[in-house]
Design a binder for this molecule. Sequence first.
Ligand code: 5GP
Length: 139
Amino acid sequence: MAYNLDNIFAKILRGEAPAFKVYEDDYSLAFMDVMPQVEGHTLVIPKDPAENLHDVDPIILGHTMATVQRVAAAVKQAFVAPGIMIAQLNGAPAGQTVFHLHFHILPRADGLDIGMHARDMADFALLETHAQRVRAALA
Ligand code: 5GP
C-alpha cells in the first residue's frame, strides 16, 4: 500500500492536527496516545513518511529507536512504572490502525491490565497533565 499523506500522524507532523507532544528532534516526534490503553501511553514516530517497519529507512529507524529508548525511560519515571512495554504493529491484520510507523510505549505493573486498543478517547486536560509529567522527566 502506498503511504497515505492524509493519515492522522502525517497531519500531526504537518501541524494540521493537535497533539500532546512530549519530545521532538530532527528525526522523530513523541506524543500522548489520545485513546490510551493505560495512563502514560505514549507514541513515537519518525518524521519520515513510512507506513510501517517494512518501509522505513534503517538509519531513520535507528534514530527513532533512540527516541523510543529515551522517551520510554521518561515514561517509566513519570508514571513510576516497574515495567515498560513497547508495541509496534505492521499491517491491518496485525491490528495497525494508523498507517504511519509508530511505537507504543506502555507503562506496565503487576495487576494493572491494559485497556482495549484505540477505543476510549481520554480527557484532553488529563492528557496534557500526563504530557507535562513526561516532559518534566525528560528535562
Ligand atoms: P495502531 O493501531 O496503528 O498500532 O495504533 C494507532 C494508535 O494511534 C492507537 O493507539 C490510537 O489510540 C492512536 N490514535 C489514533 N488517532 C489518534 C490521534 O488523532 N491522536 C493521537 N495522539 N493518537 C491517535
